[in-house]
Design a binder for this molecule. Structure first.
Ligand SMILES: [Zn+2]
Length: 168
């Protein structure tokens, strides 16, 4: 059976491969499925309890013999959507730094301002913001992402700052 369009966010290694399935039974919550084979994705929540619960993704759609929300471990709970949204924005931010060599602080400000653009109500924005890391928490990792692919080019503003220091 076809259970609709497959939606992905980035994994820890920043691949667009973490399947997110919006719960239809518990609104505002989603299940996460990690890629285990070419077309197979298994539930992240269940795997913590040693249970294997998988769905298939073919041509960008979710398939399964039974509904993706059936037959999870009793202790497996879907994740709040705001947590998944924060994770998505966080990982997209890391990815953009890695791919473009963007300055970490710029990438962070862009990510934070995208939260207010993406979510309409202040409740939704607030829920994502509280789950989003602070700049000091991600700074080092962003610098690492940046230097892993790009040799940072001196920014004119940085040079000015250095010059000002020398002048002072
Ligand atoms: Zn599960």
């Amino acid at each position: 059976m076809d259970f609709g369009e497959a939606r992905f966010i980035r994994t820890r290694t920043l691949k667009q491969q973490l399947l997110v399935f919006k719960s239809e039974r518990k609104l505002g919550f989603s299940y996460k499925f990690m890629k285990t084979k070419a077309h197979e994705f298994s539930c992240c929540g269940c795997s913590k309890f040693g249970k294997w619960r998988s769905v298939s993704v073919v041509d960008g759609r979710v398939f399964g013999k039974k509904h993706p929300e059936d037959d999870h471990d009793d202790r497996c709970e879907p994740f709040p959507q705001s947590e998944i949204d924060a994770l998505e924005i966080d990982r997209d931010m890391r990815h953009s730094v890695r791919e473009t060599g963007k300055r970490p602080r710029d990438a962070f400000s862009e990510a934070v301002s995208s939260i207010t653009k993406k979510f309409k109500t202040s409740e939704e924005q607030e829920a994502v913001v509280v789950r989003f890391p602070s700049y000091p928490e991600v700074r080092r990792q962003l610098i690492r992402h940046r230097t892993s692919q790009h040799i940072p080019v001196p920014n004119p503003l940085d040079i000015l700052e250095t010059l000002n220091l020398i002048i002072e």
